[in-house]
Design a protein around this ligand. Structure first.
Ligand code: C5P
Length: 218
């Protein structure tokens, strides 16, 4: 497959989504927020009151997920859920369901379908390692847990949602632990991924770093 993919993986609230979107816009590429898919499965599972401990039932939901991305918005069964999937609750459940191999398998082809001309920028946990192993550029984007908690706090407040820094920091650490220790597609920096630590970088500096690496590849 000759369609270029830039894969940006990293822990939650690292700012990888913001950076990936900006890079996609700059290059005129498509953008896939893979975490949103896991969050959508979580939301639907909660809506249907499906047992989150049942991998087969949750995978069934993932297979039939009726989702549509348009501009900045995400539709689930024709309802806008752009903000609804951003709650901490949704993130926590998403991370539980993401540990099931059946759920990951159910979402694999759906993610690969986003690879379309002229190219794709995507972010998640296993974009470079599992979904797009032939990505032209793989980046592991991270920041200290404290800085990530602050960024998530700002993001939630800007959306008019409630947030508490200490709780966010605890959630982030718990989620890092779960995402890094699971046996399938764990969160880790691949040997072929470039490290981008954004603890003391602005968004625009992070964006420039990605773009300059990409230009070096051409
Ligand atoms: O990136 P975000 O925080 O929105 O992702 C929510 C959860 O979905 C993560 O904590 C992770 O467990 C899961 N996820 C994943 N693989 C991806 C993207 C997200 O396992 N590629």
């Amino acid at each position: 497959n000759k369609i270029p993919v830039i894969a940006i993986d990293g822990p939650s609230a690292s700012g990888k989504g913001t950076v990936a979107q900006l890079v996609a816009r700059k290059l005129g590429f498509h953008y896939l927020d893979s975490g949103a898919l896991y969050r959508l499965v979580a939301l639907k599972t909660m809506q249907l009151n499906t047992d989150t401990q049942n991998p087969i039932a949750v995978a069934e939901i993932a297979i039939h997920l009726n989702v549509f991305f348009k501009d900045e918005h995400i539709y689930l069964d024709d309802t806008i859920v752009t903000n609804a999937i951003r709650t901490e609750q949704c993130g926590i459940v998403a991370s539980q369901l993401a540990a099931y191999p059946q759920v990951r398998a159910a979402l694999t082809e759906r993610q690969r379908a986003f690879r379309q001309l002229p190219g794709l920028v995507t972010d998640g946990r296993d974009m470079g390692s599992v979904i797009f192993p032939d990505a032209v550029l793989k980046i592991y984007l991270t920041a200290s847990a404290e800085v990530r908690a602050q960024r998530r706090y700002k993001q939630l407040i800007e959306k008019g949602m409630n947030a508490n820094i200490a709780d966010l920091l605890q959630d982030i650490q718990k989620r890092d632990e779960r995402d890094s220790s699971r046996s399938i597609a764990p969160l880790q920096q691949g040997v072929d991924a470039k490290l981008l630590d954004t603890t003391s970088l602005t968004i625009s500096q992070a964006q420039d770093a990605v773009l300059s690496w990409y230009n070096d590849m051409l």
